[in-house]
Write a protein that binds this ligand. Sequence first.
Ligand SMILES: NC(=O)c1ccc[n+]([C@@H]2O[C@H](COP(=O)([O-])OP(=O)(O)OC[C@H]3O[C@@H](n4cnc5c(N)ncnc54)[C@H](OP(=O)(O)O)[C@@H]3O)[C@@H](O)[C@H]2O)c1
Length: 280
Amino acid sequence: MKKIFITGANGQLGRAVNARYANHKEIELINTDVAELDITNVEAVLNMIREVQPYAIINCAAHTAVDACETDEDNAYRINAIGARNLSIAAGQTGAKMMHISTDYVFAGDAKKPYTEFDMPNPQSAYGRTKLAGELFVKEFTDRHFIIRTAWLYGDGKNFVKTMLRLSEEHDEISVVNDQVGSPTSTRVLTDIIDRLLWTDNYGTFHGTCEGVCSWADFAEEIFRLAKKDTRVKRVTSAEYNAAANRPAYSVLDNYMLKLTTGYVADDWKIAIKEYIDRL
Ligand SMILES: NC(=O)c1ccc[n+]([C@@H]2O[C@H](COP(=O)([O-])OP(=O)(O)OC[C@H]3O[C@@H](n4cnc5c(N)ncnc54)[C@H](OP(=O)(O)O)[C@@H]3O)[C@@H](O)[C@H]2O)c1
């Protein structure tokens, strides 16, 4: 029996990891969210992980509200950086593998081709800075780690797809940003990638997104097409939309390390969103 310790278990990814492993005979899931274990509390983290002695920790906890991170960067550092550090110290002390999730927003977004794991991060937002700091702590405190950078994630929880479907109930036309491109990724695809790595010693930093590229506006149109909604998408610029946080214009990730070391090729974003909408 392998114990998998999950933080942020009530979030989108935490739920997807549960959906994937819940009925697995060889796996025991230890689910925690902030009520059971606040990852910013180093003593609580060390005590619980020492007690459980897990095979691996999957850190699904994060402060993911990108705009809110701008107004309270200290809190974002506490959760996204210190939280990751605390879990990594515990993983290092107990020998647990550390599976940590990061983001495309660690990159500046001024590239002309997809970012590989060998490109230099240069975050332009508080969220991106705090997530990058989390990555650095994971590397500092554990040898046996996987850092997976994902992007535009949607699953069971609050996300862009759900927001578009909700807004389409109230509006005939919705303004959506057209000058940011990336790769929408379902939690189903991300848990496939986690599963590919978790049981191996193939450690390091990996990009883990769906294949293919689109803008948020393209993504919204595909969501409405699949959900058979007549809602029109009004394409606007980031400047017109005027969100609190800067977001990368181009944050396409190349799953280079994953392809090179495992041969795994993720589904195209259009396949993953169809599967998701079909299941809703
Ligand atoms: N969502 C995206 O578009 C996206 C894109 C790229 C990368 N990622 C990364 O993917 C990972 C999973 O994201 P997600 O969308 O599943 O996030 P999510 O749905 O926001 O879930 C995060 C969970 O962590 C919990 N949490 C917050 N602070 C905590 C603390 N101090 N201790 C313990 N738990 C805490 C949250 O609780 P509350 O809800 O009560 O705060 C929530 O249940 C994160 O590392 C994120 O940075 C996400």
